[in-house]
Design a protein around this ligand. Structure first.
Ligand SMILES: CC(C)(COP(=O)(O)OP(=O)(O)OC[C@H]1O[C@@H](n2cnc3c(N)ncnc32)[C@H](O)[C@@H]1OP(=O)(O)O)[C@@H](O)C(=O)NCCC(=O)NCCS
Length: 259
């Protein structure tokens, strides 16, 4: 499964469809992630019980050791079922990136009316588009660990924008972080003093900041060397002509493009 670092990869893309759903399932069996159920349905699949004991009883497995606890597999099946239903109805869209035929990357996009597809429960405000005139959203990226930092998410984004263009286009909205910063010292401070301690707050005052045109200074997001958050990074969007239009939280911006 692990990629051979010496071998150059030829990346290709395909749209999520009834035909590629099997690849989508395969991809999400190899990465952490909710198959984008969060954005599609406006929330995660609820657990089948409140306590570990209740869940174990519901799922018919009395062994509650971490290795055998069946919740993760149960969740995956529920997520897959939910997404399959949406794909079959034509209500879930995304791009799969392949390295030599193996799915290694994913980007979810869709119409604002479908992200989320609002069901009987109320979806939290943070899951909706920020700008009421946005017609499309690009919500989530995931790259398999052994292919990160090779341009996979960037390729997925280009294909998503192209797919939106082919489906009639319009205003697209995305919510990337502005830039990332890896700082082991911050991790150490959090471990020692706690996440919301005065020591951490003080340290964060010297955290790197970038001046975003039309927005002002925005702080770096904390990243690890391999992993960025699922919203993506501003530079990926800038290259395609997306423009920042408003601040989004401490480290993010709303970016928009009309195609
Ligand atoms: C976000 C993510 C998809 C990026 O994928 P990727 O294929 O490594 O991204 P790319 O190689 O195309 O890089 C895109 C840009 O982000 C930057 N970037 C990516 N990872 C970075 C990191 N860890 N630190 C700093 N910058 C980073 C790259 O430098 C690049 O910017 P540039 O072109 O200006 O140099 C990947 O880190 C990931 O899968 N993260 C986990 C997301 C997740 O939790 N998904 C599940 C959601 S339920």
């Amino acid at each position: 499964m692990a990629a051979d670092a010496r071998k150059p990869f030829r990346f290709t893309t395909k749209e999520l469809s009834r035909r590629t759903f099997v690849d989508f399932e395969r991809f999400f069996s190899q990465v952490h992630g909710c198959m984008c159920v969060l954005y599609s349905l406006g929330g995660h699949i609820p657990k089948p019980g409140r306590t570990a004991k209740e869940i174990a009883e519901q799922l018919g497995d009395p062994d509650r050791s971490k290795k055998r606890f069946p919740l993760q597999e149960w969740r995956r099946q529920q997520e897959s079922r939910a997404m399959k239903e949406l794909v079959w109805k034509g209500q879930a869209h995304g791009i799969l990136v392949y390295a030599d035929g193996e799915p290694v990357g994913w980007c979810q996009y869709g119409r604002t009316s479908e992200l989320p597809v609002v069901g009987p429960k109320k979806a939290p405000e943070r899951l909706f588009a920020k700008d009421p005139t946005s017609e499309w959203r690009i919500t989530c990226f995931t790259t398999r660990m052994d292919h990160r930092r090779r341009g996979v998410a960037t390729i997925a984004l280009e294909a998503a924008v192209e797919a939106i263009r082919k489906r009639g286009g319009g205003w697209i909205e995305a919510l990337p972080i502005v830039f990332g910063h890896y700082d082991p010292e911050l991790r150490e401070l959090r471990r020692t003093y706690g996440w919301r301690s005065e020591e951490v707050k003080e340290y964060l005052k010297s955290w790197p900041v970038k001046d975003v045109p039309g927005i002002g200074p925005v702080q770096a997001a904390e990243l690890t060397p391999r992993t960025a958050p699922h919203f993506g990074v501003m530079s990926m969007f800038e290259r395609l002509g997306f423009v920042p239009t408003q601040r989004n939280g401490q480290a993010g911006v709303v970016m928009r493009l009309k195609v």
